[in-house]
Design a protein around this ligand. Sequence first.
Ligand code: ADP
Ligand code: MG
Length: 256
Amino acid sequence: MKRVIAIANQKGGVGKTTTSINLSACLAEAGKKVLVIDTDPQGNATSGLGLDKDECENTVYDLVLDQCSIKECMYKVENIPNLTIIPSNVDLAGAEIELLGINEKEYILRNAVDYVKDDFDYVIIDCPPSLNMLTINAMTTADSVLVPIQCEYYALEGISQLIHTIDLVQQRLNSKLKIDGVVFTMYDKRTNLSSDVVDTVKNNLNATVYQTIIPRNVRLAEAPSHGLPINLYDEKSAGAESYRNLAKEIIGRKDL
Ligand code: ADP
Ligand code: MG
């Protein structure tokens, strides 16, 4: 089974990159072959997995501008045998403009990923915090979208816009696309707010909600500065346990 999952929410700071890094590493730990594609010019998934984003010769930018093949921008992640990444850095911030007038620009990433899809069990795409052409490329490439929602007061802000975008892409560009589910992040069991947010989203959103809830865990925030996913940085932490559970849940889903 091959699955391409875009991790998207145009709000920044909700846990997209943390989920991309750690879900990918935990899927790899479970024996799956995983490709991570970093489509955010901030390159946080790239550095969080231990690559020096400014030293990578080829990145997603070169790929979307047809300056390299997909295999030329794939890098093995150190110490994680099943994990490969296509990195990104600030160069990508200019890609939107350079893509103006290019034919079929919505499908550039999909056409490239088609070449290597069979080499992986999962392709995880970390999206930027906006609904731009890179996010659209992620959504035309993906089978499904995983939406991290931070347990905070404004959690639902912007979600209807995100769902509308996913619907439009599904109608016009990628008929197989669906929302595979919502993952709550940064849950704080000491506050009523976190559980109120979970209840509100469950009552208002017609989407599958993953049973695994990612707790607020300082080890998850520390790990990227060591260039390590949580299961290598602190394998016994609550954060590692939660992302292992999420990976297990995704592997076990039969409806995707
Ligand atoms: P996004 O990619 O949506 O912008 P990030 O994954 O970069 O969000 O997370 C935003 C910030 O919150 C980062 O500093 C990250 O380390 C921190 N963070 C994310 N998830 C958690 C968590 N479960 N517990 C503690 N800190 C977290
Ligand atoms: Mg991010």
